[in-house]
Structures are given as structure tokens and as C-alpha cells.
Design a protein around this ligand. Sequence first.
Ligand code: HEC
Ligand code: HEC
Length: 266
Amino acid sequence: MAEDQVSRREFVKMAGAAIGGLAIGAVGGYSLMPAKTTEVEVPVEVEVPAEVPEHPWTYTKIDPDAAAARAYEAYFVAGCSYAVFEGVIGELREQVGYPFTAIPTQMSVFGKGGIMGWGATCGTLTGAGMAINLVSAGATINEVMGWYTETPFPIYMPDAPVKAEGELPTSVANSPLCHASVTNWSNATGYAENDPERAERCGRLCADVAKKVAELLNAEADGTFTAAWATPDSVIECGACHGADGPVNNVFAKMDCDSCHIDPHN
Ligand code: HEC
Ligand code: HEC
């Protein structure tokens, strides 16, 4: 009866209050972002020759640890998506020069916080996809996505931590979504979304993803890349009915169905 409905109404009221609070809290800027995010420096003078190479551009192997360190620094300049894109492309710009000098890596800033704070796809993955797809047909993007959903983060330990010292507790996102990734970490560690430790965690996560991208691209360049991620059981099982060959063909997704639908048929 009404008990369930009342509790839902209460929940809606609480959610409304929380959103009101958020609006006040957000006046100073978007809260998933570190403070000094307004200006992005272009590290190299850009000179664009008349010829633009055909896609994909030639990849040259980079040092994964250098990409990680660059991504960690970049996170505190302009957020997660920029961090991973700049981590990888910045290394190529420095090692190779043109045509990578012609890429304004700020084009990736939009991906921060799951696209401007929407909590959709984690910006590290948007940045990773942009970097990979510039120099590769993109087979490794699927691998980064799957690896991200299953790996306990953060792993990276900076030489000079920006927001919080020491090791941070880890969590598994079980999802490529910024929202799930941040909230699972918050719940697992007790840190609030706007604690400095959460920003530090995301900065280190950027380093982890940039390093993974460099490792995968290096392996692809060496011809040694093999996919390790396997489609989750739920996607196969639920897909038997809801996927392309099933009788209720209405789902197109590789995200773990169980991460959102619990007991869907009851
Ligand atoms: C044996 C076939 C089959 C399998 C396997 C299956 N489903 Fe379904 N599912 C259905 C059918 C049939 C419906 C009803 C479709 C309709 O009403 O149009 C449905 C409906 C749903 C709905 C809507 C429920 C509602 O209350 O309206 C969700 C959500 C759903 N399935 C999710 C899943 C998930 C997640 C899995 C895997 C854990 C899964 N399904 C596995 C056949 C299946
Ligand atoms: C990130 C969360 C998320 C994940 C992961 C997810 N879904 Fe959904 N799913 C949703 C949302 C949100 C809707 C829309 C529900 C609504 O509008 O009522 C939905 C709708 C559906 C529906 C239709 C429900 C209905 O009422 O008719 C089915 C069937 C379904 N999902 C199956 C799946 C399957 C199968 C998977 C795994 C491949 C999956 N979902 C993964 C969030 C998710």
C-alpha cells in the first residue's frame, strides 16, 4: 500500500533538497573538477603545414610511465579527459613533433566528469578513446573500457602528490560510468565526492589509464596485443533474449547488466 509510495515521496523530497544544496555548492564551479581549471596552456607553438596526414596517424612507442606522470599533472590543469588525452598525445608531441604539434589537446576537456559533470562515461575513457583512435583503428579501446570496469583504482603513486599524501584505498567501478566509478569509491572509502582525496584519486586514475593506453598502443605497434577482457556473463545471458539474436531484441550494450538491473523480471 501507501508505505512504499510514501517512502518514494520522501525520497523525492530528499532528492530535491539535495539538488538544492548542490546548486548552492556548485556556484563556485563544477565540483568534480580541481580548483584551477579555467585556463589550459598550449605547451608548444602550433605550426600547421598544408598537408594533414591521413588517418590513422603513425604511432611511435612512448614511455608508459612518462604518459602516466604527464596525465597526473594534467588532471589538475583541466580534468580527467584532458589528462589522459594530453598524457598520451603530449608524449607524442614531445617525442615525434609534427603532426602531434597540430593537435590542441584542450579539445578533450569536454569529457571531464562524464561529459561536463553529467556522470556519464568516465572522462579518462573519453580521453583514452580520442588518443587511441587518432593513431589506431581502435581495437584497443574495447580493452581499455573492459579493463577499467574490473580494475581496483587508483594504482599510481605520484612522486609529489597534489591533494593527498600516501596510498589511497581502492575500489572497482564495475561500470565505465563516472557516476558509478566515483560513487563506488566514495562508498568503499568513506571519502565525500568533494574531499581532496577524491580529486587525488581521480588524478591517479588518470595516470593509470594513460599508462594502460600507452602499454596497449606499444603492444599493438609490436604486434603483441591480445585482448584480455571477456564479455561479462550477464551480457551474454541477458543478451540471449534482449540482444541481436533474441526474441526481445531491444538492448545494445556491453556494460554489465547486473550493475543496474537487479532481479529485473521480479
Ligand atoms: C528468456 C528470455 C529472457 C532473458 C534471458 C532475459 N529477459 Fe528480460 N525480458 C524478457 C521478456 C520476454 C520481457 C518482457 C518484454 C516485454 O514486456 O516487452 C523482459 C523484460 C525485461 C525488463 C523490463 C522489465 C519490466 O518490468 O518492464 C528488463 C529490465 C529486463 N528484461 C532485463 C533483463 C536482464 C538484465 C536480463 C539478464 C539478467 C534479462 N532481462 C534476461 C526476456 C528475457
Ligand atoms: C548503467 C545502468 C544500466 C545498465 C548497465 C544496463 N541498463 Fe538496462 N536500462 C537502464 C535504464 C536507465 C533503463 C531505462 C529504464 C526506464 O526508463 O524505465 C534501462 C532499460 C532496460 C530495458 C527495458 C526496460 C523496460 O522497462 O522495458 C531492458 C530490457 C534492459 N534495460 C536490459 C538491459 C540489459 C540486458 C543490460 C546488459 C546488457 C542492461 N540493461 C544494462 C539502465 C541500465
